[in-house]
Write a protein that binds this ligand. Structure first.
Ligand SMILES: [Mn+2]
Length: 318
C-alpha cells in the first residue's frame, strides 16, 4: 500500500486525512514548522496528505518542504491558476492594498478554492501557516459536522476588542459570539461545492467593499448559521490564553515567536522548526528583526482597530 496512490477507492478505504495550507515563499518557513508538528503528533496507524496550495514558491523551498515527507504523511503541491475568479480577487486586492489593509493578498483567498479544486475529497482541513499541532490532527478530522458546512472557532481576538465586536455586528450583521476565525477550518467539501462557495464569494468581492478581514468576513457572511463552533483547544491563541490543553496553537494577530523571545508557547514553535531545513532562515530572520519592525507591526494592528471603528459607524455593508 502506498500513500502516493491518489485513486478515489484508496482514499475511501484508508480515510486519508487531507490537510491544506496556502502559502507563498515568505510563509514557507512557518508552514514547515506547522507541517513538522503535524507529522510528530500524527497517529502512526493513519495516513495523511498535506497539500500545499501556492502561487510563487521557489524550487528550493518546494524541495525543502517535499523532503519532510514521512512514511504515513505525503506532501503534495498545487499551483494556483490565474482563472477568472482569481483575477477578480487579485484586482480587488490591488485596489485595497495600501488602505491600511493587512489582508490585501490573494494568498488569503486560496482556502476558498479547496472544495472546487480537490473533487476527490469530501472532507478536509485548512490550517494557517502560523499554527503548531500539539495533538493528532486526525482527531479534528473525525469531528462530525452534522448539518453544518464547516467548523471553526469563535474568534477570541474579536470578542476581546470592542471595536471588532461593533464591526462584525453592525457592518456584517453577525453576532460576535458567532463570528469565527478562519485560521483553522474543518470543511464539508461536498456542501461547499453544492453552495458554489467561490462564486458566492466573488459576487460579494465585486461589491468592492472595504472590510477589516476580507476572506474571514466573507466566510462568516456566506456561511452564517451553518457554522459549527470548534472547541477552543483546536485554535488556541497563545497571547493571553492558557495553552496547557491546546491541541493546536495559532499565533494569530499577535507577537510572533519567530520574531520575539517573550511569547507564550514560543518554545513549541522552535521545537517544531528543528530538523525542517528552515532553522537557519528563521534564526537569521529573528536576528534581523528590529525595534522599528515591531513598531510597524503594532501600528498595523492599531490601524486595523481604527478601521473597524470607522466601518462599524457606516452601518451594514452586506
Ligand atoms: Mn493565522
Amino acid at each position: 500500500m502506498s500513500i502516493f496512490n491518489t485513486g478515489k477507492s484508496f482514499l475511501k478505504k484508508t480515510k486519508v486525512v487531507p490537510i491544506f495550507l496556502t502559502i507563498t515563499d515568505d510563509y514557507a518557513k512557518y508552514a514547515a514548522a506547522a507541517i513538522n508538528s503535524l507529522m510528530k503528533t500524527a497517529n502512526p496507524k493513519r495516513y495523511y496528505r498535506v497539500i500545499i496550495m501556492y502561487d510563487k514558491l521557489s524550487l528550493v523551498n518546494r524541495w525543502r518542504l517535499r523532503n519532510m515527507v514521512t512514511r504515513n504523511c505525503a506532501i503534495e503541491f498545487h499551483k494556483m491558476k490565474y482563472n477568472l475568479y482569481m483575477q477578480i480577487i487579485v484586482r480587488y486586492c490591488a485596489k485595497r492594498s495600501g488602505s491600511g489593509d493587512f489582508f490585501a493578498r490573494a494568498v488569503y483567498y486560496y482556502r476558498a478554492f479547496i472544495a472546487r479544486i480537490f473533487l476527490q475529497y469530501d472532507k478536509g482541513i485548512y490550517i494557517d501557516s502560523d499554527t503548531i499541532l500539539m495533538s493528532d490532527i486526525g482527531e479534528l478530522y473525525d469531528i462530525e459536522l452534522g448539518e453544518n458546512v464547516i467548523a471553526a472557532r469563535v474568534d477570541p481576538k474579536v470578542a476581546n476588542v470592542p471595536q471588532f465586536v461593533e464591526y462584525v455586528e453592525n457592518a456584517l450583521g453577525i453576532p460576535a459570539k458567532d463570528y469565527v476565525n478562519s485560521g483553522v477550518i474543518l470543511m464539508d467539501l461536498k456542501k461547499l461545492r453544492k453552495l458554489h462557495y467561490v462564486t458566492q464569494m466573488t459576487d460579494l468581492i465585486k461589491k468592492d467593499a472595504d472590510l477589516v478581514a476580507p476572506d474571514q468576513d466573507y466566510l462568516n457572511v456566506i456561511l452564517k448559521g451553518q457554522i459549527m463552533h470548534l472547541p477552543a483547544e483546536w485554535n488556541m491563541q497563545p497571547e493571553g490564553e492558557d495553552v496547557s490543553k491546546a491541541k493546536l496553537l495559532h499565533y494569530n494577530l499577535s507577537k510572533k515567536p519567530w520574531f520575539h523571545d517573550d511569547v507564550n508557547a514560543g518554545e513549541e514553535f522552535w521545537n517544531a522548526v528543528r530538523g525542517t531545513g528552515f532553522y537557519g532562515d528563521l534564526m537569521r530572520g529573528k536576528e534581523r528583526y528590529t525595534e522599528k519592525d515591531a513598531e510597524e507591526n503594532a501600528s498595523k494592528i492599531k490601524a486595523l482597530i481604527e478601521k473597524a471603528e470607522k466601518l462599524s459607524n457606516g452601518g451594514r455593508i452586506f
